[in-house]
Ligand binder design. Structure first.
Ligand SMILES: Cc1cc2nc3c(=O)[nH]c(=O)nc-3n(C[C@H](O)[C@H](O)[C@H](O)COP(=O)(O)O)c2cc1C
Length: 238
């Protein structure tokens, strides 16, 4: 049997280790206090460094935070900004319907930030009901090089997912945390503290640590239709 035929036969018996990690990865929002060994974080960074990028431009800068004071500080700044957002535009509170036009104007100019989903999370973060880094002892921040060719956000996302999957393959937990963007977008405090300057801009961040319990597991997901063209016919598959 040819090599590729053997590979096909093997696949019929189960998932590959890579598929298992992808399918079982869940966002982890509760971490143990124990720090992640340094060498593991370095291997995670290496997986990020090996990500493909347009023109091999690698338009990213990774910043590792293992200082509770900085992680907590970014969290506090984000909470304060969420509080301001909430106080300005949360029109759902009884007696505050007059905020509706202000909210609509904001949503017009900031549709991504104030979409009902993130706005729901903004109000939870403001009320301290949703944590930012969920007690993770290590955070990797990803800053994009805005001069990156093509689409540096996409490249940073690919590098981030490489790191996330590597961390889960090691038994660690992760959670993407983009809300910390507010702390960089609306104040200069943390850019200054971390020495972030042009051409770098906060893109997203990853909480990393040992998970409490065993959150990784396969779950069902809503499926999206996929258009499939073959032999002159279009079919729709799930
Ligand atoms: C780019 C990106 C940003 C995210 N930002 C946050 C965040 O700020 N806080 C958070 O708790 N989860 C965040 N998430 C996690 C998503 O809520 C989560 O991936 C989604 O609900 C699916 O659940 P799963 O990761 O367990 O499969 C983010 C995910 C992505 C991909």
């Amino acid at each position: 049997m040819a090599n590729h035929e053997q590979a096909v036969e093997r696949l019929k018996t189960g998932w590959t280790p890579t598929e298992e990690v992808i399918l079982k990865r869940r966002s982890v929002r509760m971490y143990k206090k124990e720090q992640v060994p340094e060498f593991m974080v370095k291997r995670i960074l290496e997986a990020g460094r090996f990500a493909p990028s347009a023109g091999n431009g690698q338009p990213w800068k990774f910043v590792v935070l293992r200082e509770p004071e900085i992680i907590q500080g970014v969290t506090e700044t984000t909470i304060q900004i969420c509080k301001i957002f909430k106080s300005l535009i949360d029109y759902r509170i009884p007696g505050k319907r007059w905020r509706l036009p202000i909210a609509k104007l904001n949503i017009l100019f900031k549709p991504a930030d104030l979409h009902p989903m993130p706005f729901g999370a903004v109000t939870l973060i403001a009320d301290r009901k949703l944590g930012l880094y969920h007690g993770a002892p290590t955070v990797i921040m990803i800053f994009k090089d805005v001069r990156g060719i093509s689409n540096p956000d996409l490249d940073c996302g690919i590098a981030g997912q490489n790191m996330v999957l590597t961390a889960h393959s090691m038994g660690l937990g992760t959670c993407w945390v983009s809300f910390a963007k507010l702390a960089f977008q609306y104040t200069g405090k943390w850019k200054k503290r971390l020495g972030i300057q042009y051409p770098y801009k906060f893109t997203t961040s990853l909480a990393i640590g040992w998970p409490v319990g065993e959150p990784d597991a396969m779950i069902s997901r809503p499926t999206h239709e996929v258009d499939w063209y073959e032999n002159g016919i279009k079919t729709v598959v799930h």
